[in-house]
Write a protein that binds this ligand. Sequence first.
Ligand code: UDP
Length: 405
Amino acid sequence: MRIAMISEHASPLAVLGEEDAGGQNTHVAELAAALVGEGHDVRVYTRRDSTTLPESVSTPGGYQVCHVPAGPARRVPKDELLPYMGEFGGWLEDRWRHGDWTPDVAHAHFWMSGLATVHAGRRTGVPTVLTYHALGTVKRRHQGGRDTSPPGRVGYERALGRAVDRVVVQCADEVAELVRMGVPRSRMALVPSGVNQDVFRPDGPVAPHDPARPRILTVGRMVERKGFLDVVRALPAVPDAECVVVGGPPAELLPADSFARRLSALAESCGVADRVELVGGVPREEMASWYRSADVLVAAPWYEPFGLTPLEGMACGVPVIGTDVGGIADTVVDGLTGDLVPPRDPRALGAAVRRLLADKVRRFAYATAALDRIRSRYSWKRCAEQLGAVYAAVATVARPARAVA
Ligand code: UDP
């Protein structure tokens, strides 16, 4: 099939770890490559956010990335991109109508991509599928007045849930949220993300570490909801261990990052500054070596639409302690492949980490069971096969293109 993937702010080619570049970028890159592996013809459409980007690029994954000239040719925070989605959708419509490549199905990632995709899909007859990746209702609940989403996000998300042909959800928690929003369950297909098991595997290079000192690793963008502050607050309850934080801007830019400064100040006031190391963002190719260097991976977000980092850690044979939220509640099986603790609870987190670091047998058992779970359930190939079936189902419901003036 010809498959269009629309990911307005998250390019599969972006460098990860910074504020708006993380799981969605990885997801789109891996999924596109896996779909090519299944024999599909895949194009990813993302915003042209630099004047140096060519209109289209072929990638080693075998898919093409098309840079859509919508909005300024520079990086713009994702929450400020809404005004350009009409232009984005119009560009897609024009290409799909008059160009030499019209998709059989268009899969949008994130609600703003959904708006552009539905605009183009309605006018060209191309069926549409949407993965939200994150929901405005959840963000508003946790961030309150600090939520920078454009007004109306929740309404748009609700309307999109009814406008697209299928909603791809990633975890049970998301199903429940969408049902509460009024999206019919019958429109949803539950297809969790995968993890690249050629890259994330137990054997391979290991980042430098002191074998005498237990290492707690935590990974993610430098944003408060990832729970890094809670990990630092938990550290006094775990004597001797070091805490390594991977993510955020590259190391040399960390001193200028306000959240990184806040994290360092908290470590100082908790008396653990000598045991906390901020590594900064590292390239995707180096991530596996960081996971392998850890005795335990802590994923402590307040909320998490899916959460690739626990899967990556599990695939590297590292036991995971995660918060019992979103996708983590599905991927980590409490007491079998890892431990689940309540979010925003440094006391519970500290107790769980202390117990696991003191118990080598349990760590080994968790890591073994986790690896088993990854191998049987979380490959991108499996994800691509399941999505291929979803695409085929919606593509058979062919519709005439709506006439436009
Ligand atoms: N990541 C990376 N370098 C970093 C930090 C993170 O390559 O310095 C990758 C990480 O391996 C994972 C993604 O960014 O693939 C983060 O995904 P996750 O779903 O955990 O979080 P999100 O960014 O979607 O909130």
